[in-house]
Design a protein around this ligand. Structure first.
Ligand code: TYM
Length: 332
């Protein structure tokens, strides 16, 4: 059976970008067709300046939202990364296979270094080695597929390079994973800055729709989205990034292709209104389930306990095999 692994980082409240780019696919498709693991990758949240209490809160929040989005622990494994030691154990081995140069070439590394410096923070070494930990997440489980948004493309490519290199040098140990992307909305853009990705840890929230935003907040943010010069509603991400982003979001919500949907509109206002309505409807059931789940915190603890146990059992044999293959003495 196909094995799927993916994850989300608890560095902010989850956004419409996370949902359309990844989580919706996990809930609606992936957990039904494969042996799937979905992880809140809290170790990754420590790679930039963080507040311990906030990371703990956001980790719980992320797990609750994944369940509210429809992940069913009876069908898939939902867990928190730091509960399974194998991620950190394997990450170190992959750091011994990766080069400093390939880590420094990562676009996200360069962007985050710039952001940390602009905030006056120092750059943590773990930000550089982040892709080795992400590769460990994927390779520890022998994942065949990694459903992600477009921004993770380079990281999954590097994971594949590390897997090939390890297997060639030390003997076949890892399954070769491949990234999969949603057909539309693989890169949802910020509503105020439609040439940048909608990211959960951006400083300005006006361009970000959070999954728990109240309907009137969602409407306001979408109605105030930056659009482009001219009047014509056309799908052209290069010359009309704002309108094209709205068309992608609308297409992801109601089905269809952004280019075809554009023909139905003669004004930006009507497009914004329909997009806002569609997003409010899309989020309604998730928000309803979220209210139910937070009323039952014991349920979350049970999910995390079972998830960690299942995940450990799956990761340990591969990571132990990697330890032996690379030349480490088995424990006495
Ligand atoms: P993270 O937490 O930034 O995002 C989680 C998932 O949401 C997708 N995504 C988006 N998709 C479309 N439009 C957007 N604006 C948008 N923003 C985020 C991301 O592509 C991702 O699929 N490094 C990863 C977490 C990670 C991981 C892994 C993922 C760690 N280990 C192993 C897969 C496999 C990250 O920062 O995702």
């Amino acid at each position: 059976m196909t094995r799927i692994f993916s994850g989300v980082k608890p560095t902010g409240h989850l956004t419409l970008g996370n949902y359309l780019g990844a989580v919706r696919q996990w809930a609606e498709v992936d957990q039904h067709r494969a042996d799937a693991l979905f992880c809140v990758v809290d170790l990754h949240a420590l790679t930039v300046e963080h507040d311990p209490g906030r990371v703990r809160r956001l980790s719980r929040h992320a797990v609750t939202l994944l369940l509210a989005a429809g992940l069913d622990p009876g069908r898939c494994t939902v867990f928190v990364q730091s509960h399974v030691d194998e991620h950190a154990r394997l990450s170190y081995l992959l750091e011994c296979v990766a080069t400093d140069g390939e880590m420094r070439r990562m676009i996200q590394y360069k962007e985050k270094v710039a952001r940390e410096r602009a905030r006056g923070s120092s750059v943590r070494l773990s930000l550089l080695t982040y892709p080795a930990l992400m590769a460990a997440d994927i390779l520890a489980y022998g994942a065949d597929e990694v459903p992600v948004g477009d921004d993770q493309r380079q990281h999954v490519e590097l994971t594949r390079d590390l897997a090939v290199r390890f297997n060639q040098r030390y003997g076949h140990t890892f399954v070769m994973p491949r990234a999969t992307y949603p057909v539309v909305a693989a890169r949802v853009m910020d509503l105020q800055e439609p040439t940048s990705k909608m990211g959960k840890s951006h400083d300005s929230v006006a361009g970000i729709v959070y999954l728990l935003d109240e309907p009137d907040v969602v409407r306001k943010k979408i109605m105030r989205a930056v659009t482009d010069s001219g009047q014509e509603v056309a799908y052209d991400p290069e010359s009309k990034p704002g309108v094209s982003n709205l068309l992608e979001i609308l297409a992801a919500c109601v089905g269809g292709e952004p280019g075809k949907l554009s023909g139905a509109y003669t004004s930006y206002g009507a497009l914004k209104k329909d997009t806002a309505d569609a997003v409010v409807e899309l989020l309604r059931p998730l928000q309803y389930r979220h209210r139910e789940l937070i009323a039952d915190p014991a349920c979350l603890e049970g999910v995390l306990r079972d998830g960690a146990e299942k995940a450990r059992g799956m990761a340990r044999p591969t990571v132990d095999a990697a330890y032996r293959a690379i030349g480490l003495l088995p424990p006495p």
